[in-house]
Design a protein around this ligand. Sequence first.
Ligand code: AMP
Ligand code: ZN
Length: 435
Amino acid sequence: MTMERKFWEEEIETMSRPNLEKLQVERLKKTVEIAMGSKFYAPIFKERGITPESIRSVEDIRRFPFTTKNDLRSTYPFGIASVPLQKVVRLHSSSGTTGNPTVILHTKKDIDEWANAMARSMFATGLRDTDIIQNTSGYGMFTGGLGIQYAAERLGALTVPAAAGNSLRQFKFIQDFGTTALHCIPSYATRLATVFREQGVDPRDTTVTRMIIGAEPHSEAQRKRIEEIWGCKAYNNFGMSEMCGPGVAIECEEQNGMHIWEDNYIVEIVDPVTLEPVPEGELGELVLTTLNREAMPLFRYRTRDLTRFLPGDCPCGRTHRRLQRFQGRSDDMMIVRGVNIFPIQIEKILMQFSELASDFLIILETSEDNDNMTVQVELAKATDDFKLLENLKREITHRLKDEILMTPKVQLVGKGVIPQSDGKAVRVKDLRNNH
Ligand code: AMP
Ligand code: ZN
């Protein structure tokens, strides 16, 4: 009788902390050696006396300066490359709305390690080579397309590269091929469920048992809702183009935070203002150093994502530390009448109302020199019961006020009123005078 395999790479995934740190130091040395070929990093290393031999412990990471998205923009497109372009086989570009996009380069080995990290992540959620995995991400510059594709193939699953959009086609593929797992952004998971219902099929009756959701912030309440409407398990997956793409951190079957693959990254959480490490377990900005990349290693990259380390060991046996579901990005934080608010706080409340669908939009405006917030949210079912709507509105307003300490105006709108984006959901429209 063969024992069922519990890990994709048992030795690495369950490595003791001292051994994991030893591996990190080895890989950091190697990464410095590679990055000496970077026109961007070489002078920094010289100035700070950073050489592979001078790296002795993980603590040495603090000798490096932070790298920011601006550094990527100002060196656009190839200025950070550590290897000759001849060794580079692919580039991806990160989503960004202003200025130069950012470009991330990959060698053959980078692509290979990325596929492996994401395959490892899929395995941790219980996916196996017997699964039929349908990917609803765009196959282009967005890393959720090719990144998931290569990983699902590496896992040995049957892959359905359905790509983004065309929900009726997604519907047909799921039905015809007996898709067992979907990769989607959370906002699409709920939208696709609506299409199923419109076609007279309850998403719970499909063959889909697992979902990998990520690429945008979502609350625990949103995850629960997705699991409920699909009758499946949904696992939070964190990826970022600058680090490779999906495959940086994922929830295992315990669903208690995302294991971040520490053989591939040195992980720091810092105060975004002082840039000093926050006390263990406190909320701060995630800062990552790549340990297993060649074309464009990044040192102490400021992700802008806000999270914290979760305490304790995970019953799954993996030793890589767990990150809490992201609060959002520091650049998503709205300051409204002096109060710091994240869209996810609003989402968390809205998702508690079964009368509401999942699409919402926060509109910020200035009136009489004051900030005003309107929360538009779609109703799950149309109704003209005025009393019911008024009561619902009152209750939502009340609960929102408890959460964000200000009173927004709540507008209940019909399905399809809130504009939908092709990619990640747009949750905030800031029309204030000085924004
Ligand atoms: P991109 O490089 O365009 O894929 O965007 C990466 C960014 O997407 C991250 O820095 C996060 O802000 C966001 N993101 C990715 N995965 C998640 C996730 N699971 N939860 C919350 N935000 C995420
Ligand atoms: Zn675990």
